[in-house]
Design a protein around this ligand. Structure first.
Ligand code: NAP
Length: 248
C-alpha cells in the first residue's frame, strides 16, 4: 500500500473534480494536504472537512495560479502551516472553447495564463523550496488533446501541449536535485469541466472509448497518487495517458 505519511502535498484547483479526488486520495495515504482554489471557498472547505473526517490534516488557500504573487503566497503558507512541501499537483485548469477563427484574444489569454503560466509559476516557486530539501515530486495535468488536438480547443490543447514541454524541461533541470516531474494526460473524465458538453457529443465519445465509459476523477487520482509516491522513484519526465483506451 502506498505510504505518504510524513509527506506534504499541495494540490492546485483542489476544490472540485480531479483536484478534489487527488487531495482526498493523497490524504488517505497519510499526506498532509494543502488545497488551493480560485473562487469556490464553500467547495474547498467541504474538501477540508472530508479530509478531516479521515483524521488527516488539510488546509485551503484561495489564489489565482496565473498570478505569481498569489502562487508565492500559497507555497509559503503551505510550508509555514504544514512544515514542508514534498508533492506538488498542478491541477488548476480552465477551458474557453471556440473555433479557431472565432477565438477571442481574451479566450486565448485566459486559458494560456491559467493552464500553462499557472503551471510554470507553481513549478518555479515550489522548485526553489524543493531544491533546498533535495527531494520533491511534481505532477502536471496535461490532456490527451495535447497529443491529438481537438476542434474548438486551440487555446486549451496548446496550453496542455506546452505543459508537456515544460514537464520534460523541468524534469531534466531538477533531476540532479532528486526532484521528479511527470505529467498525466487524461481523456474524458466526468467532472464539471465535461458536464457542459452536449449530450449527443458525450454519447458519441463514450461509444469510441474501448473501456466503454468516461473516467472518474478517482481513476486519475489513483495514477497521481502512485506517481507522487516513492513507488515511482525511478520515473521522471514522462507523460501518462489515462483515457480508457481512447487513443489506441
Ligand atoms: P474542474 O472540475 O473544472 O475544476 C477546476 C479546478 O481548478 C477548480 O478547483 C477551480 O477552482 C480551479 N481553478 C480554476 N482556475 C483557477 C485559477 N486561476 N487559480 C487556481 N485555481 C483555479 O476541472 P477538472 O475537470 O477536475 O480538471 C482538472 C485538471 O485536469 C485541469 O487542468 C484540466 O484541464 C485537466 N483535465 C481534465 C479532463 C476532464 O475530462 N475533466 C481531461 C483532461 C485534463 P474553483 O472551484 O475555485 O473555481
Amino acid at each position: 500500500m502506498i505510504d505518504l505519511s510524513n509527506k506534504t502535498a499541495l494540490v492546485t484547483g483542489g476544490s472540485r473534480g480531479i483536484g478534489r479526488a487527488a487531495a482526498i486520495k493523497l490524504a488517505s495515504r497519510g499526506a498532509k494536504v494543502a488545497i488551493n482554489y480560485n473562487v469556490n471557498k464553500t467547495a474547498a472547505l467541504r474538501v477540508i472537512e472530508e479530509i478531516n473526517e479521515i483524521n488527516q490534516v488539510a488546509i485551503a488557500m484561495p489564489g489565482d495560479v496565473a498570478k505569481s504573487a498569489d502562487v508565492k503566497a500559497i507555497i509559503n503558507e503551505t510550508i509555514d502551516k504544514l512544515g514542508s512541501l514534498d508533492i506538488l499537483i498542478n491541477n488548476a485548469g480552465i477551458t474557453r472553447d471556440n473555433l479557431l477563427i472565432r477565438m477571442k484574444e481574451d479566450e486565448w489569454n485566459a486559458v494560456l495564463d491559467t493552464n500553462l503560466k499557472g503551471t510554470f509559476n507553481c513549478i518555479q516557486a515550489a522548485a526553489k523550496k524543493m531544491i533546498k530539501n533535495r527531494t520533491g515530486t511534481i505532477i502536471n495535468l496535461s490532456s490527451i488533446v495535447a497529443l491529438s488536438g481537438n476542434s474548438g480547443q486551440a487555446n486549451y490543447s496548446a496550453s496542455k501541449a506546452g505543459i508537456i514541454g515544460l514537464t520534460k524541461t523541468a524534469a531534466k533541470e531538477l533531476a540532479s536535485r532528486n526532484i521528479r516531474v511527470n505529467a498525466v494526460a487524461p481523456g474524458f473524465i466526468s467532472t464539471e469541466m465535461t458536464k457542459s458538453m452536449p449530450e449527443s457529443l458525450l454519447e458519441n465519445i463514450s461509444s469510441r472509448i474501448p473501456l466503454g465509459r468516461f473516467g472518474s476523477a478517482e481513476d486519475v487520482a489513483n495514477l497521481i497518487t502512485y506517481l507522487a509516491s516513492d513507488e515511482a522513484a525511478y520515473i521522471t519526465g514522462q507523460v501518462f495517458v489515462i483515457d480508457g483506451g481512447l487513443d489506441i
